[in-house]
Design a protein around this ligand. Structure first.
Ligand SMILES: *Cc1c(COP(=O)(O)O)cnc(C)c1O
Length: 399
């Protein structure tokens, strides 16, 4: 069948909750994707900041395949070895205390919110605690995660949200202070906002949040689902600031394609929140996903992924800065490591389509921001190729 025929069929059977690009992706190799007609694309999306290791990492593929032959699922009634090893890798990389594995990012956020509420409940035996989240944030599409997502358009039709959520502004500490009350049990934020437009937290802001949380015994939840797992050149973006959260959420790059996530607790919350019977999942932490996660950590070390992100991330920054100077439709350039954005004065949908025609996959973050979240194994040559396709498209659009 041709791609057009596949797409017609897809629209017959799949609920139309996405305005998908008009290509059918068939296979991947390194940092390239191939569509069902065999056309090749340089991939600067990585399945939305997921496929950190690229598409043909042999050790990852072999580990997952051999785990399929052994056992895929056991349930959480029993222990399994890959889950223990994956949890040890997360603890070693983060210095935090305990791990709960989930199936997705949104579920990690749900678990983090429950742990924070339970911590507060155990302290004062009341159930009207408040949570502060940030505008422009994205935490997922389930009801709890959506309730703390700072995009009113995503929430509107699904109200009522979970109660007692207040919103403040990223990098505006007074706006956070204004929302704090005796009832505040948690502050949840992304260390670097992703979907909302690539807005990194400023160091002073994050440090002041940490200080407020310490002073008032408020749980700091850092959502590292997009910015974590090496994307900023640090295993977790908060390590760049030296600000450890009480709870961290992970997903996306954690399992590199096999659906999975985790929420990770510092000692204080781990010892004083969720107890046996308080939370659960059928699939979460099964041997297939945790084998994937464990292997991801091993491959990060072997391939020095963090080193590559620092080097290539700086190079990408320099190149995007040059572009930002050159084109007056570009308003701003932000980001860290291999998580960067160019903000345009116009919607970027046409630019993305043009680039796709020329064999480059890019995505947006909001209507006016081009987002660069490639596999973390890209090289400077890949950056050069991306820049050359992108500037070609921008020249055409401008003229
Ligand atoms: C993608 C994302 C989520 C949601 O993860 P899912 O796996 O899609 O549920 C939550 N928070 C952030 C910061 C994300 O980027």
């Amino acid at each position: 069948m041709s791609m057009t025929e596949y797409i017609e069929e897809a629209e017959q059977v799949l609920l139309h909750t996405y305005n998908r690009y008009q290509i059918v992706l068939d296979r991947g190799e390194g940092v390239h994707l191939f569509d069902a007609d065999g056309k090749s694309y340089l991939d600067f999306c990585a399945g939305i900041a997921v496929f950190a290791l690229g598409y043909s990492n042999e050790n990852y593929k072999n580990a997952v395949k051999s785990q399929i032959d052994k056992i895929i699922h056991t349930s959480n009634y029993y222990y399994n070895v890959p889950a223990i090893e994956a949890a040890k890798a997360i603890i070693e990389a983060s210095g935090m205390d305990k791990v709960f594995f989930t199936n997705s990012g949104a579920e990690a956020v749900e678990g983090a919110l429950k742990a924070a509420r339970k911590y507060a409940f155990l302290k004062d035996d009341t159930t009207d605690h408040e949570i502060i989240a940030l505008e422009h944030s994205f935490h997922g599409r389930t009801m709890g995660a959506l309730s703390v997502t700072g995009n009113p358009a995503y929430r509107e039709a699904f109200k009522p949200m979970i109660g007692n959520i207040k919103f403040a502004t990223m990098n505006d500490i007074d706006s956070v202070k204004a929302q704090i009350s005796e009832k505040t049990c948690a502050i949840i934020m992304e260390t670097v906002q992703g979907e909302g437009g690539i807005y990194p937290a400023e160091e002073a802001f994050l440090k002041e949040i940490r200080a407020i949380c310490d002073e008032k015994d408020i749980i700091l939840i850092l959502d590292e689902i997009q910015c974590g797992m090496g994307r900023t050149g640090y295993m977790f973006a908060w390590q760049r600031y030296g600000v450890m959260p009480d709870i961290m959420t992970c997903a996306k790059g954690l399992t590199c394609g096999i659906p999975g996530g985790a929420f990770v607790l510092g000692k204080k919350v781990a010892e004083n929140s969720l107890k046996a019977g308080d939370h659960g999942t059928t699939y979460g932490g099964n041997p297939l996903t945790t084998m994937a996660a464990k292997t991801v950590f091993e491959e990060y070390k072997r391939l020095d992924i963090l080193g590559n992100v620092k080097t290539v991330g700086e190079y990408l920054y320099k190149k995007l800065d040059e572009i930002a100077q050159r084109y007056d439709i570009i308003k701003a350039h932000r980001g860290i490591g291999l998580m960067q954005g160019l903000e345009f004065t116009v919607p970027v949908a046409d630019i993305i389509k043009e680039c796709m025609n020329d064999g480059l996959i890019l995505i947006n973050a909001g209507s006016n921001i081009l987002r660069f979240v490639p596999p973390l194994v890209i090289t400077k040559d890949d950056v050069d190729e991306m820049i050359s396709i992108l500037t070609g498209c921008l020249d055409r659009i401008r003229s």
